[in-house]
Design a protein around this ligand. Structure first.
Ligand code: 4SX
Ligand code: FE2
Ligand code: CA
Length: 342
């Protein structure tokens, strides 16, 4: 079986990634997290026990796209990619072992509830990443309009990660078979940011320059921009406007309509809609100059400083927060990358 999405740069031994599939976050107050993600964003509770919530959007047919588990510190537990076949899980194990990465097999029943045989790695960028194929299915909710509330989230769209070495991140994901839809580049084509995909959208993962490894945000999709605006209105009406960090606005990169929120633990989530199809085999990378004021907000609105500086720590395979480094990011990169700082 061949992948329908670009794989020109893929390493022959790399697993066939289908898409960004779910994120598992550690949260310090599960009740507060439930209010935010279920009541405000409209995620559906697929499974719940005393220490974790398994959530999915209206259009998702797999068991969950977000797991919130109670933990001592707010952090990213892991990001998970679905691979095309069970054999691709074995491939992932061999591929990351070959790169010298820490690798742990989590057979069905030993990892995340409802996920089958999987492999967890600390990837070359320092992130905890899972690759799985099997996952339980959920009941179809696509036309359960009666169950919709809040932002009416349809599905997980992407992960955005902070890393000090953007070219290294670009090379790693190119080897994994990802295509590149858009970039932000300097006058000499220095790479400041990149948006990369396996499914046929603008991205499954994007990179923000800065200390890493840290999770910058999860991007979750609604069908239309009115749902993005409605989310901001509901938070305002409840005097919960402090959860709004950036937007609403229109991105230059991706053309998506957006709103960034912070959950009760500070985890950032982007409500995202209306990007475009990238599945043609000759789809070309669109390159933005770092001096173009429309690149991050098409209307030229400045980006708030916290958006560049703050992000969630990530855990190692034993559940301990990983140290963060930013040695490769010099002052000029911070100034030029941080377009909100004037
Ligand atoms: O701010 S950017 O326009 O660069 C941007 C940020 C574009 C798409 C995204 O999903 C994002 O988080
Ligand atoms: Fe995003
Ligand atoms: Ca605010």
């Amino acid at each position: 079986m061949t992948a329908p999405t670009p794989s020109a740069g893929a390493h022959p031994d790399a697993p066939d990634v289908v898409r960004s599939a779910y994120a598992q976050l550690a949260v310090t107050d599960l009740g507060a997290a439930r209010w935010f993600w279920v009541e405000m964003l409209g995620f559906h509770v697929q499974h719940e026990d005393s220490h974790a919530l398994h959530l999915r959007g209206t259009d998702e047919l797999t068991h969950h796209s977000l797991v919130l588990r109670q933990g001592p510190v707010a952090a990213l537990d892991h990001l998970a990619y679905r691979v095309r076949t069970p054999e691709d899980v074995d491939k992932a194990e061999r591929y990351f072992s070959g790169l010298g990465c820490p690798v742990r097999r989590t057979p069905a029943g030993q990892g995340t509830h409802a996920v089958g045989d999987a492999v967890r790695v600390i990837d070359p960028l320092g992130f905890p990443i899972e690759f799985f194929h099997h996952i339980e299915r959920g009941e179809r909710l696509i036309q359960r309009y009666d169950l919709r509330r809040g932002a009416e989230i349809a599905r997980l769209d992407h992960f955005n990660i902070c890393t000090p070495d953007i070219p290294a991140a670009y090379r790693h994901y190119t080897s994994l078979g990802f295509g590149c839809s858009e970039t932000i580049e300097g006058d000499e084509h220095e790479l400041y940011a990149a948006w990369m995909y396996r499914k046929q959208t603008v991205h499954d993962v994007a990179f923000t320059g800065g200390a890493g490894p840290r999770l910058h945000h999860l991007g979750v999709a609604t069908h239309e921009s009115h749902q993005v605006l409605r989310t901001a209105d509901i938070l305002g009406a409840l005097r919960k406007e402090h959860h709004i960090e950036r937007g609403p606005g229109r991105h230059g990169v991706s053309n998506a309509f957006y709103l960034y929120l912070r959950d009760p633990d500070g985890h950032r989530v982007e409500i995202y809609t209306s990007d475009y199809y990238t599945g043609d085999p000759d789809h070309e990378t669109y390159r933005w100059n770092v001096h173009d004021d429309r690149r991050r907000d098409f209307w030229g609105n400045a980006v708030i400083e916290s958006w560049y500086k703050e992000a969630s720590p990530v855990l190692d395979l034993a559940g301990t927060p990983r140290p963060v480094t930013d040695t490769l990011l010099d002052e000029s990169a911070v100034r030029i990358g941080a377009d909100g700082l004037g």
